[in-house]
Design a protein around this ligand. Structure first.
Ligand code: SF4
Ligand code: SF4
Length: 383
């Protein structure tokens, strides 16, 4: 499948016109077409898998913008994930990333506890390495400390929450908003302690074996809950659970749902406390291109009393996970600054989005307005 996809490319360049990494660097090797051509040349032995060739494959932000309009229908992000798996051993510069990612994702709670004890130097390290915005401070608690079952009066259903790493360890207040909203809507909330990372950070580093092991674990844990839905504040997690796991392990979490889609089905959502503000909505790439959800969050914000303003054309915020933010720091910040320009022109009083990763990134540049998750607007508006 991988080899066929690489061969199927007709070099039309449609993917290049929409690729954020090409847009920033104006270099063919940083476009979808360039990356597929490089893989083709490596597979056919025309070039050696070293240096810039490998860097090009690892520099894709995995936004998914290109996959939707490729004429032969190549799933370019999936091809590049597989390409990274094959090229991992030639990517010497990523060895330390792989080691640290392995430790962090296998022992996140221990690492979080140690980081909290060393809060000041850890905050400084995270800010200096472009992982978090200036002024960021590690939260005092993650969502892991919450009970596994949170009850509600007049229970109408049962929902499992997939916490996700960024929500859990960077913005637990987003997770708390989600839980409050679900309880107010009449759902019993399950937070399984056995949840592991969705595995996407492993895949971005070519660590497919580790990603598969995590996928199996999550499918086993969430599969036995018999919940009406598995919800996460992070679209990257939902994309992985629902659509990427079947490609990885032949089984996914079919009832996984993003927040805006889930909320748009709730008929009893009473919003008594409208926000009355002018705000900009930023589409997260994985929500827009992966889950194909863009109308629902806007409708929800409008119901919350938010007046949306500004140019709704999409562009990537440049987060691309921790590897991209560190390894391609300048390009990542350039994309964020371009996004800020559009936001600034909109004269919005606040920015809303549906992804904790986008929030981390946008807060690096949105100094004069605050950035929130859509679920925080709903929590506030429900009163
Ligand atoms: S996934 Fe995004 S960054 Fe990667 S090649 Fe496609 S458009 Fe470019
Ligand atoms: S859009 Fe598809 S066929 Fe065209 S250059 Fe990109 S990967 Fe190749």
């Amino acid at each position: 499948m991988f080899h066929k996809s690489v061969r199927d490319c007709v070099r039309c360049g449609t993917c290049k016109t929409i690729c954020p990494t090409y847009e920033t660097l104006r270099n063919e090797t940083m476009s979808g077409r360039g990356r597929i051509a490089i893989l083709d040349a490596i597979l056919s032995g025309q070039i050696k898998p070293s240096g810039r060739a490998v860097e090009s494959i690892f520099s894709c932000i995995q936004c998914g913008a290109c996959a939707r309009n490729c004429p032969p229908g190549i799933n370019i992000p999936e091809v590049l994930y597989t390409g990274r798996k094959y090229l991992k051993r030639y990517a010497g510069g990523y060895k330390l990333f792989r080691l640290l990612t392995g430790i962090a994702l296998k022992h996140p709670d221990i690492l979080f506890s140690i980081s909290r004890l060393l809060k000041k130097p850890v905050n400084r390290f995270l800010i200096r390495n472009n992982l978090v915005p200036c002024g960021f401070s590690l939260p005092d608690n993650s969502l892991t400390r919450l009970p596994q079952v949170i009850n509600t009066r007049d229970r109408k259903g049962r929902v499992a929450v997939f916490r996700g790493c960024s929500t859990n360890y960077a913005y637990p207040e987003i997770g708390n908003s989600l839980i409050r909203v679900l309880v107010k809507l009449g759902y019993e909330v399950i937070l399984p302690k056995a949840e592991v990372c969705c595995g996407t950070p492993f895949r971005t580093l070519g660590m497919e074996k580790e990603a598969r092991a995590f996928a199996r674990k999550n499918v086993e844990v969430f599969g036995r809950l018999k919940a009406d839905a598995v919800i996460s504040a992070c679209p990257t997690c939902i994309l992985a659970l629902k659509y990427e796991y079947p490609l990885l392990i032949n089984r996914g979490i079919e009832n996984a749902m993003d927040i805006p889609s889930f909320l748009s089905l709730q008929e009893n959502m009473t919003l008594n406390n409208p926000l009355t503000m002018k705000a900009f909505y930023h589409d997260p790439c994985h929500m827009l291109y992966g889950l194909k959800v863009s109308r629902e969050p806007r409708e929800i914000l409008k119901k919350c009393g938010v007046t949306l303003t500004g140019n709704s054309d999409h562009s990537c915020c440049g987060f691309g996970g921790s590897t991209y933010s560190i390894k391609f720091r300048d390009a990542s910040l350039r994309l964020a600054k371009a996004r800020w320009k559009t936001i600034e022109e909109s004269s919005a009083e606040a920015v809303f989005t549906s992804c904790p990763g986008c929030i981390l990134q946008l807060k690096k540049v949105c100094r004069s307005v605050d950035v929130f998750h859509v679920i925080e607007a709903v929590d506030e508006a429900m009163g």
